[in-house]
Design a protein around this ligand. Structure first.
Ligand code: 9YT
Length: 171
């Protein structure tokens, strides 16, 4: 008798410039995130690869975190977008990607995470508050970019600033 075991074929790693286009498609498909230019994703995957992460399965991008260290506070990681493909939602992939990103040796000195989220972005809210709980650290949610900042032609909901930390990132 043969036993068939579920094999985890998901690869989590640093992206490279050639992933930019795939990421653009992933963000487009999620439908809930702001779609930026392909160029911006290529740049993130190249210049900011130490703080970005791609999750790939069978050569397809199924998850992505774009993030960078704030220039004014380099120990704060600003997480720009967390994207999880529809087929992977509800499986904890966001959390797994975030943990993996923080566990990189080059990110060991990161003490805070910031992200802006729309009022209805419950997935991201759950992800970051889950991290705060796991790390036993403080968090706050404050107003950041009101809707009036965005042009009328591309109506946009307000962005709230979610801050998690300080924490010790030594896992
Ligand atoms: C954490 C996250 O995914 N924030 C989204 C920020 C913004 N609405 C965007 O870039 O889509």
């Amino acid at each position: 008798m043969r036993t068939i075991e579920a094999v985890d074929t998901l690869l989590l790693g640093k992206p490279s410039a050639s992933d930019g286009e795939k990421i653009w498609h992933l963000i487009k498909e999620t439908g809930s995130l702001d779609l930026n230019s392909v160029y911006s994703y290529i740049m993130l995957c190249d210049i900011f690869r130490d703080t970005c992460l791609i999750a790939a399965e069978a050569g397809e991008a199924v998850g992505f975190i774009s993030a960078y260290r704030r220039p004014d506070r380099p120990q704060t990681l600003f997480v720009w977008q967390v994207a999880v493909a529809g087929s992977m939602q509800g499986q904890g992939l966001g959390k797994r990607m975030l943990r993996e990103l923080l566990a990189r040796p080059e990110n060991a000195d990161i003490r805070c995470i910031e992200a802006t989220i729309g009022p209805d972005n419950t997935a991201s809210r759950r992800l970051f508050l889950g991290l705060a709980e796991e790390k036993g650290c403080e968090w706050s949610l404050t107003e950041c970019y009101p809707a009036q900042l965005f042009p009328e032609a591309s109506a946009h909901e307000p962005e709230l600033l979610l801050r998690v930390g300080p924490f010790m990132n030594n896992k």
